[in-house]
Design a protein around this ligand. Structure first.
Ligand SMILES: *Cc1c(COP(=O)(O)O)cnc(C)c1O
Length: 394
């Protein structure tokens, strides 16, 4: 007997739940791609993306997923044979590095601490040792969606400065933009990337890149520029060229609505909502962990992200739990990926999420733990409710 009929719940860390308002905004005929309405949508989206990235630099919209944004970022500032330093803290920075390798860039991976955020002191030491200045860019992820760690981007910037190194600082904010503070200019980030389908509550298919600081000079000498990704080609007046071809009309209508919703709520409020719902989730996981089978993947509490929580499951119960939640209750959790494949699950709390969605998801997980006889500490839901009630107050 399943109780999954009704509205399905998507609790995987991307794509995330798209608000009905965003879907409705897309449900209209195509428009003139040269007309002032669409040009206005492009201009306002580019401007609002600057607000989200925290930059007065430039922003670009690509018809691409996050992988496309990765390639766009690299190809605009790098040349074949140059070296980048990838800071390992899960799966995604490694993936960005693999993309760099395929572009003919030399990649050095700096190992992180298992189940922890990247240590800024390790970055500083490595850059100090690079007296010849061979490292042209440092690549890091703010929130690694596989491990669910959050890296301290401001601290990593201070490490680069302390080493007196002039490498570009390139940050993947795909799972974090719109869920937690991001201050591109203040933190001295030269290039940042994100995508439409995580914190930005839009359908997958748009990739965004922001550039400031030393990115412009690097772009001027970059040898990997190609016609489609090239920033310069997209900077002309012609609207058509901002997309190197036909604009993604309906995606832009959806994005426009999503940005309106985020800005109407207010970024500070959006970040606080994510922080509260993430802590509510962690309150339940903390309790379940007392059963010695479930545990947080990230060992340091302060290094757990507000976008997603990765839970480890000893033994082989993770697959059964994921299936039970989906088939019996209509809740789709994230599978564990990378080294953790088959050994856990991920709970997304990112984008268009609220209290009933999170409490509902947590309630289904706890029901699944009970139904499948997976040992766990009791009272996860009570702990989550207590946290939420206690935080929100009267
Ligand atoms: C999802 C994600 C990506 C990849 O994005 P795609 O749209 O799947 O290509 C890259 N980095 C991070 C941190 C992500 O969460």
């Amino acid at each position: 007997m399943s109780v999954r009929n009704g509205r399905p719940a998507l609790a995987m860390p991307g794509p995330t739940t798209v608000p009905d308002e965003v879907l409705a905004a897309m449900h209209r005929p195509a428009v003139d791609i040269y007309g002032s309405e669409l040009v206005g949508v492009t201009d306002s989206c580019l401007a609002d993306l600057k607000t989200l990235f925290g930059t007065r630099g430039r922003t670009y919209i690509y018809i691409a997923n996050g992988h496309g944004a990765w390639e766009a970022a690299l190809s605009n500032v790098m040349s074949r044979g140059e070296k980048v330093l990838v800071l390992e803290s899960g799966r995604f920075a490694i993936g960005w590095g693999e993309m760099a390798t395929m572009l003919g860039i030399e990649v050095e991976v700096l190992d992180g601490r298992p189940r922890r955020a990247f240590d800024p002191a390790v970055l500083e030491a490595r850059l100090r040792a690079d007296t010849a200045g061979e490292i042209k860019a440092v690549l890091v992820v703010q929130v690694d969606t596989a491990s669910s760690v959050v890296n301290d981007i401001a601290a990593l910037r201070r490490a680069i400065d302390a080493a007196g190194h002039d490498a570009l600082f390139m940050v993947d904010a795909i799972a974090s933009l719109g869920t937690m503070p991001f201050e591109m200019d203040v933190w001295g980030i030269d290039v940042a990337v994100t995508g439409s389908q995580k914190g930005l509550m839009s359908p997958p298919g748009l990739g965004f890149v922001a550039a400031q600081g030393k990115a412009g000079e690097a772009h001027a000498r970059a040898g990997l520029r190609t016609r489609y990704w090239d920033w310069t080609a997209r900077e002309g007046e012609a609207h058509y060229m901002k997309y190197c071809g036909t604009p993604p009309v309906h995606m832009l209508f959806g994005l426009r609505k999503a940005l309106d919703m985020i800005l109407a709520e207010g970024l500070d409020h959006v970040f606080a909502r994510h922080a509260i719902l993430a802590a509510t989730t962690r309150a339940a996981v903390e309790r379940w962990s007392e059963g010695q089978v479930l545990s947080f993947n990230i060992t340091e509490a302060a290094e757990r992200s507000n976008s997603v929580t990765t839970v480890r499951v000893e033994g082989d119960a993770a697959g059964r739990l994921l299936r039970w939640c989906e088939e019996e209750c209509g809740v789709t959790l994230g599978i564990a990926i990378g080294d953790l494949a088959g050994k856990g699950f991920r709970i997304a709390h990112m984008g268009h999420v609220n209290a009933p969605m999170m409490l509902g998801t947590l309630g289904v997980i706890e029901s699944g733990l009970l139904a499948l006889g997976i040992p766990h500490g009791e009272g996860g839901i009570a702990a989550a409710a207590a946290h939420l009630g206690g935080t929100l107050g009267a």
